[in-house]
Design a protein around this ligand. Structure first.
Ligand code: AMP
Length: 232
């Protein structure tokens, strides 16, 4: 690290699709004044811009499968090396496999960061489905709404900038089932991975998003820097 100051401990959000990782990661990143690194957003951006990576990832993302560990790890490593990461950052949607978690350890060590603290958002199946089906994202600023639980003031428009709200291509029912399956098999074991090293915050993600953010902020602040296992 160029500044010589020990950089803030990176945070990692775990949780099934629809658990609220994006919403909470975004809120926490704003609160801490650090960047949010959302691998799903990065892939959607590549797909929208039709880059070579986007062309490679499009079909995989739309089937609800995982892009290869090598591709996603290289993408994250490149982001982490950028200079504004010295104050820490929040990873949303990475790691998603054991290989990615091990690769993240290496990437963080190489860049001079301490190992990550993971936050696991626990949400039951019915609520996951409700959140995914109701999810709408602002096409301008990326703010996330839910037509059932967090509707915009004007239907179909972002409260902040009036941008059009759109549903994600992979939030269709058959793809959602595949994504939940992928999560169970490949990502859920990471909860144990971080628990075993005492770097896990278990959080009840069923609460309303704003309430959860209010509880999460002090919990994370007191946990960063410590080896912890707590419940919100
Ligand atoms: P998300 O927005 O986090 O739900 O991610 C959307 C899609 O992007 C996933 O279903 C995967 O196809 C792909 N993706 C995002 N993050 C990863 C990752 N860490 N590893 C592999 N694929 C990913």
């Amino acid at each position: 690290m160029a500044s010589g100051r020990k950089p803030a401990r990176p945070l990692v959000f775990l949780g099934a699709p629809g658990a609220g990782k994006g919403t909470q990661a975004r809120a926490l990143a704003q609160h801490r004044g650090v960047p949010q690194i959302a691998t799903g957003d990065m892939f959607r951006d590549h797909v929208a811009r039709n880059t070579p990576l986007g062309q490679q990832a499009k079909a995989i993302v739309e089937r609800g499968e995982l892009v290869s560990d090598e591709i996603v790890s290289a993408m994250v490593a490149e982001r982490i090396r950028q200079p504004d990461r010295a104050g820490g950052f929040i990873l949303d949607g990475f790691p998603r496999t054991r290989t990615q978690a091990e690769r993240l350890d290496e990437i963080l060590a190489e860049a001079g960061f301490s190992s990550a603290l993971a936050i696991n958002l626990q949400v039951g199946y019915d609520n996951l489905i409700r959140r995914i089906c109701g999810r709408r994202t602002c096409s301008v600023c990326g703010e996330i709404y839910n037509i059932f639980d967090r509707p915009p003031r004007v239907q179909g428009r972002c409260d902040r900038d009036g941008g059009e709200l759109t549903a994600r291509a992979d939030d269709r029912e058959e793809v959602v089932r595949k994504r939940l399956d992928t999560y169970e098999q490949q990502t859920k074991p990471l909860v144990e991975f971080y628990r075993q090293r005492g770097a896990l915050l278990e959080v009840d993600g069923e609460q309303a998003p704003e309430e959860l953010t209010r509880r999460l902020i002090p919990l994370v602040e007191s946990a960063v820097g410590a080896g912890v296992e707590r419940r919100a």
